[in-house]
Design a protein around this ligand. Structure first.
Ligand code: NAD
Ligand code: LMR
Length: 333
């Protein structure tokens, strides 16, 4: 058996974490042969709830989970962590945009970045789920200068899964038969769900999504809008933000980063821009990435970009630049 991996889940008393930690502990992310040490972090006012969650995790009696620590101490939580799933942050309520959470949430990621810089492993892999996810992830990396920027990411896999599910339902295939959808940019209503390089496998044949759907107006209109605004639609209906699907997407994100994509496939992750596709360097921007079994990834290169796509990719980049400026303002004052 391998050495246990130390996996941190923040916001551990909250609703996403409640769905997430069982999936991680059961082996569905790091595989059936990878033992785990789970660290659950929340804040002092939530200590009693956190203690209850700890009891339940123990009672799951998961064979891969060798140790569980529940704590409200950031330094203790981040010490020697291999993989951090940073969920803990305030969710938005009906009528808010995710960037309205900046003032409330960004300092959490400043503080956690600084803690990570001091006590986590230098090869830690980080996914930020707490909103606004891209900007929080960038802030976290800025305050953890000793950790490579490539080790920070944010979750846009939920948007990818939503896009895949919308196309699958429209065409009448299983979701795994829709491949290579892309989410460009911010996990916000400016994101660009792009199916121009995506495929559908139906009746043994692989065709483009445009050919399978046969409705360009839907693909350029309602499809994009539905994916962009899905989070808000869930909040309106449930009076709570998405949790089960967010936890599932977090598992997909980390599993694919850890184990690598299948040949010819890619996934969407918010990662640090290296200037690919003329996206300003240093933004935390969602790109199609090819993940590899050594836990690295590369941004997929050479995809053709139409004028329609270019305008949408630039609009979401502009929003991220504005968010970053606002976040730095909050962090520096
Ligand atoms: P929740 O309110 O149920 O839980 C959040 C938990 O985080 C709470 O228990 C809270 O005490 C804790 N927390 C707050 N500050 C903390 C800190 N400094 N350290 C550790 N824990 C802290 O919220 P939720 O529904 O689980 O959502 C969590 C976040 O995830 C929200 O910001 C939400 O908007 C975001 N989200 C992102 C996506 C995505 O796709 N990126 C999807 C769904 C939700
Ligand atoms: C989502 O996409 O469901 C989450 O980011 C929650 C939200 O605020 O929309």
């Amino acid at each position: 058996m391998a050495e246990p991996l130390k996996v941190l889940i923040t916001g551990a008393a909250g609703q996403i974490a409640y769905s997430l930690m069982f999936q991680v502990g059961s082996g569905s992310v790091f595989g059936p042969n990878q033992p785990l040490k789970l660290v659950l972090l929340d804040i002092l006012p939530m200590k009693s709830v956190l203690d209850g969650v700890l009891m339940e995790m123990m009672d799951c009696a998961l064979p891969l989970v060798k140790e569980i620590v529940a704590t409200v101490d950031e330094t203790e939580a981040f010490t020697d962590v291999d993989v951090a799933m940073l969920v803990g942050a305030m969710p938005r309520r009906e009528g808010m945009e995710r960037k309205d959470l900046l003032a409330a949430n960004v300092k959490i990621f400043k503080s956690q970045g600084a803690a990570m810089d001091k006590v986590s492993k230098k090869n830690i892999k980080v996914v930020v789920v707490g909103n606004p996810a891209n900007t929080n992830a960038l802030i976290c990396s800025k305050y953890a200068p000793s950790i490579p920027k490539e080790n920070f990411s944010c979750l846009t896999r939920l948007d990818q899964n939503r896009a895949q599910a919308q196309v699958a339902a429209r065409v009448g295939v299983d979701t795994q038969n829709v491949g290579n959808t892309i989410i460009w940019g911010n996990h916000s209503s400016t994101q660009f769900p792009d199916v121009s390089h995506a495929t559908v496998t139906k009746d043994g044949k692989v065709v483009s999504v445009y050919e399978a759907v046969k409705d360009d107006d839907w693909l350029k209109g309602d499809f994009i809008k539905t994916v962009q605004t899905r989070g808000g639609a869930v909040i309106k209906a449930r009076k709570l933000s998405s949790a089960m699907s967010a936890a599932k997407a977090t598992c997909d994100h980390i599993r694919d980063w850890w184990t690598g994509c299948a040949e010819g496939k890619w996934v969407s992750m918010g990662v640090i821009s290296d200037g690919s596709y003329d996206i300003p360097k240093g933004l935390m921007y969602s790109f199609p990435v090819r993940t590899k079994p050594d836990h690295t990834y590369e941004i997929v290169q050479g995809l053709s970009i139409s004028d329609f796509a270019r305008a949408k990719m630039d609009a979401t980049a502009k929003e991220l630049q504005e968010e970053l400026a606002a976040a730095m303002e909050v962090c520096e004052h």
